[in-house]
Unconditional design. Sequence first.
Length: 321
Amino acid sequence: MKSIGIIVPCYNEAAVLPLFYKETTAVMDALADRYQTEFIFVDDGSRDETLKRITELSMTDARVKYISFSRNFGKEAAMLAGMEYAVKHDYICIIDADLQHSPSIIPQMLDYVENQGFDVAASRRADREGEAKFKSFLSGSFYKVINKISETKISDSAQDFRVMKRDVVKAILSMPEHNRFSKGIFSWVGFNVKWISHENRERAAGETKWSLKGLLKYAIDGILGFTFAPLKLTFFSAGLLCLFSVVGLLYALIKNIAVEGYAPNLPLTLAAVFFTGAVILCSIGILGEYLARTYTEVVNRPKYIIAKTNTNVNHFTLEGE
């Protein structure tokens, strides 16, 4: 009998966890004759009773394991922690706790990876119905930009909800960077992926954890993590400035010859100076972002710290497990 580890990143999901557990266990119990199931709930420093709800579930169901962070490290760290523990299983599933991902399609995903020759079965949205229009616009714009400037192509409707074979997860875990952008990593490692259209669902309970600030940081991580285009933009800007300078110099020389007493216009000069300064500052900012990420990798701090767990995980924990 093969095994599957179901990773559930959680941040302030106390209200929805009982509903998620009920729906997901009903699906997996129907597959009990074919798969041994283990649930890995990763509490990402929740401030509500998320950990309490998970520990209550673990007391009544031995399949429920939990990893609780010392603070909020982000969903990327939560997924990483889950994969580091669940890599022992034949198949690894990642699913959100808010029930916007439908547990009912997990059997279909398993069929694709076990019987139909795929390494990954991943969901992508059939539409963005129910999502704020401004958020949809920003999300769509981000994926259009990153797919134009990066060699790693990412579907704008791709979700983290997926079932993967163990070898795929091992490949993902071989990438040690701290500033992780999982959608890019999932795409970069390759493998044979089966995409499944998934209708967008409303949250069963609770509130979304994605703020505009969080989405902006996520976009920056994706762009800086999977393309050097911002660095190339510096050279492009420098080339344009040189061209403008040559044109301006020729114009000034010609007009100085043709018009007696001609003097450069002060406002245009100031505008050129300000524009040049803006480009220089922008270039320094881009270089600073890459330098900061290099510093993060060199310092090599833990990607997360575990405060409480009922598992034996190969990571630094405050409990020393």
